[in-house]
Design a protein around this ligand. Sequence first.
Ligand code: PEP
Length: 246
Amino acid sequence: MSHACKLAAGNWKMNGLRANLDEARALAAAFPDPKCGILLCPPATLLATMRDALSGTAVMVGGQDCHAQSSGAHTGDISAGMLADAGARQVILGHSERRADHAETSAQVAAKASAAHAAGLVAIICIGETEAERDAGKTLDVVLSQLADSLPEGATSANTVIAYEPVWAIGTGRTPTIEQIAEVHDALRAALPDAGISLLYGGSVKPANAAEIFAITNVNGALVGGASLKAVDFGAIIAALEGAPD
Ligand code: PEP
């Protein structure tokens, strides 16, 4: 059993306008004193206003990506320091949608994670196999090499969280079996340099399957996409995490 902190992280992806801040407020009101970390990662346009809307609550806000440089001629990009300045405490890095849509490599993810650490942010580093890689029996090879190549120097439980997200389970309604999740999380736990680094599962986590996923040894929480957009759904997932064994 690890001593990793429990975390429920919501990834709003490219969803959310100011009107949707009511969902964030409702979530915060439902968990005035949560037994786990709660994080919402809205699009960058909403970060500062969500931070203000959640001021004085237990819900943290985070970014969905950052640049590896601290400033400069990188039109459209956002630095880790800018995210911190807007109120972010954490940043998702290497999400499979960014690895696919923007051809991000694990080496780039590691550089971004170093930049996040330098800005005082916790880096939530995402890894996961494609369906073809799983079918070819390469899941553990893929995730362990992504982990080794995406983790920067100096990664500790204070500045890093790992999210295992099978690409084929994201946004599809399909999830791995309990045994498949356990196999990967056990392998990741054994490979991590710090036993306190939290390991999240991500991929079609819903109120209906959250409790059985959180009961798996070495699953310390979840990275949640679609179900994090509604306070009632994300709230049910958070309640399941609060009730899960440590
Ligand atoms: C994600 O975006 O990281 C994710 C896990 O999405 P979903 O929960 O919608 O599958």
